[in-house]
Design a protein around this ligand. Structure first.
Ligand code: F6P
Ligand code: FE2
Length: 186
């Protein structure tokens, strides 16, 4: 019987994925127009600033049921006015599909909002495990001074629904208030 090396390697202390099939994407500030509360402040900042990057291992076709995807996201430290750098955030298109996130490096918050716009946040630190139930929108904000790195695992038929967030936003934002992160209602 043949012996194989793994197709993908995860550096446990860094959260980074290595392998020829890993897809890499970069999110620069210019791609996040309208995402932060203070759009004027965002537009005045360096548009080429890298806010976050995502690696994904997608061993089956996206949208096909039964598979699992594996990801790594790194959110760089910084703020737009009072608001911490964060991911765009999404519901899953296949609404009732769940996901796991877990913290690897740095610190921040996973912001969760259900279909009734009830919102809460869970602290992310190295080793924290977060179950994101179906029908719950999710985004991550970096509240620290180092990159925030987390891994994720989600169903191959989950999909990303960015439109409803673009239209209605989250019902609260994670802002720095008196030097501390605070979830402030919109
Ligand atoms: O898709 P967003 O909201 O920009 O978040 C970043 C990434 O986090 C993940 O949920 C997990 O890596 C990806 O599906 C997603 O692309
Ligand atoms: Fe997701």
């Amino acid at each position: 019987m043949a012996l194989f090396n793994p197709k993908v390697f995860l550096t446990l202390t860094e959260g980074k994925l290595e392998g020829t099939e890993i897809k890499q994407s970069y999110k620069y500030l210019n791609a996040l127009a309208g995402v932060f509360k203070n759009e004027t402040a965002r537009a005045e900042m360096d548009q080429d600033a890298l806010i976050y990057e995502v690696q994904a291992y997608m061993p089956v076709e996206e949208g096909k049921s039964g598979g699992l995807f594996f990801g790594n996201s790194t959110i760089y430290p910084g703020k737009v006015d009072q608001e911490y750098f964060m991911t765009r955030g999404h519901f899953h298109s296949n609404f009732d599909t769940a996901e796991y996130y877990w913290g690897v490096k740095g610190e921040g918050y996973l912001i969760l909002m259900d279909e009734n716009r009830k919102i809460w946040a869970e602290k992310m630190t190295p080793g924290s495990v977060h179950y994101i139930p179906g029908k719950v929108a999710h985004r991550v904000a970096n509240t620290g001074s180092e990159p925030l790195v987390f891994n994720a695992c989600w169903p191959s038929d989950a999909g990303h629904d960015y439109e409803s967030i673009a239209e209605h936003g989250f019902s609260a934002r994670l802002l720095e208030v008196d030097g501390e992160p605070k979830l402030v209602e919109e």
